[in-house]
Design a protein around this ligand. Structure first.
Ligand SMILES: NC(=O)c1ccc[n+]([C@@H]2O[C@H](COP(=O)([O-])OP(=O)(O)OC[C@H]3O[C@@H](n4cnc5c(N)ncnc54)[C@H](O)[C@@H]3O)[C@@H](O)[C@H]2O)c1
Length: 452
């Protein structure tokens, strides 16, 4: 154990002994002197890495000390950003994640890598005693997710998933309404996700096979996935639309809206028993972007609750909608709404879907009504740092992330194999379907190996 973590442990034990709250305020750590800060290394400087890193650098008790990327241009941008923030030249660049993970003076890591890399890098972090802020979805396959869960448990690490919606008031409030039975008995849940593909990198037309640019280690970028020609349109940011690396819109968003759906359903540690394919449009597998452009599947949970997982449109609104015997509650990034006047949010007559939303009073319900209180986080990144100190679970621990993504993985398998999947959520296994079971994991390209 390095000195810093030893110090953190002592501070927490001392605080707990006096019966103070388990979340230790940063003032306990003195003046947040650099030697007392939680050290962090950041991995992946693409779409998500910079935002996460800035959030951590804005916390006075966290110090980013190293960055890793296999694209030299991205790595340089990462190091420059961190050094500019601190006004020094202390941030060290790394190409190989294993070298950086081996550094003993680093407490925590922030992982914002393409999905093909989630498992190997997270497991390496856990083995090296780092606490982990890891992006959603937990991994590219269910088997990889299970391996991450096992490693985090085995090495007793704190894990926060990038499912940040849980750390915002609207999502918590909406889920609390459902958990307190305010829409009666739950019957149906809609998880409305985007369809199509988004050209995040502006590379849609760069579909020619070319040599990879000199600044990118393409061999490493492909990592454990299958080797394929370099085509710019399917590398940075747009890898999501290629099943070799990502899982399309369904898996890109499952860790957000299904995560919230499960929170309201009280399913953070469970899952469906059956997933049925309804419809999907898959481009030919040989297309540069080959992930489903529209999709719909239905999952059944204990007690017969049905979940529709689909691209938004028609009867499916974007976000999460819970429908009960007494009404519905819906939530998305713009706010929440309900069929019940007392659960409506004050929208200030904002326009939504072309309609002026009725100005209704903010939901102010007493503790006698909202008896079940959900985990309230002070902010997603802050919550991670607090939990690193307190050694208490974060708002989205690894098991939650695993269960939140499973319905998406199963829906994709059901749609790809056009078969109804029977799932045992306790054993975490597909029952009586050898063809579908093949999709639970995938072959790793040598020399990479997944340790279960
Ligand atoms: N929580 C959210 O709201 C949110 C939003 C966007 C993306 N994400 C997630 O963040 C993750 C990253 O997505 P992105 O859009 O930022 O991807 P990106 O392609 O923009 O960036 C990934 C970066 O990782 C680097 N990289 C790839 N393999 C590496 C390796 N082995 N070692 C070091 N660096 C490596 C790439 O060079 C690139 O700079 C994904 O899991 C995605 O789902 C989350």
């Amino acid at each position: 154990m390095n000195n810093r973590r030893h110090f953190l442990k002592k501070a927490v034990t001392g605080a707990a002994a006096f019966g103070v709250p388990s979340i230790v305020p940063s003032s306990v750590f003195g003046q947040n002197a650099p030697s007392n800060r939680i050290t962090m290394a950041v991995f992946g400087w693409g779409m998500m890495g910079p935002g996460n890193t800035n959030s951590f650098m804005n916390e006075a008790d966290c110090q980013v000390v190293a960055a890793c990327d296999i694209d030299k241009q991205h790595l340089e941008a990462a190091v420059n950003t961190v050094n500019k923030k601190y006004g020094n030249t202390d941030c060290k660049p790394y190409h190989d994640y294993r070298e950086l993970m081996a550094r003993k003076d680093i407490d925590t890591v922030m992982l914002a890598l393409p999905d093909n890399w989630h498992a190997l890098v997270a497991i390496e972090a856990a083995k090296n005693g780092k606490d982990i802020y890891g992006e959603k979805p937990l991994a590219r396959t269910i088997a990889e997710q299970q391996a991450i869960v096992n490693a985090v448990k085995k090495y007793n690490r704190i894990w926060q998933t990038g499912s940040w919606q849980r750390s915002t008031g609207d999502f918590r409030q909406a889920a609390e309404f459902v958990r307190n039975g305010l829409i009666g008995t739950l019957k149906e849940v809609h998880v409305g996700l985007p369809g199509g593909h988004n050209d995040f990198a502006g590379t849609k037309d760069k579909t020619a096979v070319t040599p990879p640019p000199a600044h990118l280690d393409y061999e490493m970028w492909i990592g454990p996935a299958q080797m394929q020609d370099y085509i710019e349109a399917r590398v940075h940011k747009n890898w999501r639309w290629d099943y070799n690396i990502g899982g399309g819109q369904l898996l890109d968003w499952i860790g957000h809206h299904c995560d919230i759906a499960h929170w309201g359903m009280d399913c953070d540690n469970s899952g469906p028993t059956e997933v049925k394919p309804i419809s999907a449009t898959f481009p030919p597998r040989t297309d540069v972007w080959n992930t489903a452009t529209d999709y719909r599947a239905e999952a059944t949970y204990a007690g017969g609750v049905k979940m529709v997982l689909a691209n938004r449109g028609g009867d499916i609104q974007p976000g999460t909608k819970w429908i009960g015997t007494d009404g519905w509650v819906w939530v998305d990034r713009g706010g929440y709404d309900s069929s019940k006047p007392e659960l409506k949010q004050k929208y200030n007559s904002r326009e939504r879907d072309g309609k002026v939303v009725e100005k209704a009073r903010a939901a102010v319900l007493g503790d006698d009504v909202l008896k079940t209180k959900l985990y309230k986080s002070p902010g997603h990144h802050r919550n991670f740092l607090d939990c690193v100190k307190s050694r208490q679970p974060t708002i989205t621990p690894v098991e939650t992330a695993h269960c939140s993504a499973i319905p998406g993985h199963l829906a994709l398998i059901a749609l790809m194999t056009n078969s109804t999947i029977k799932w045992d959520p306790v054993k975490q296994a597909i029952l009586d379907n050898a063809e579908a079971s093949k999709h639970l994991g995938r072959e790793y390209r040598a020399p990479w190996k997944l340790e279960a």
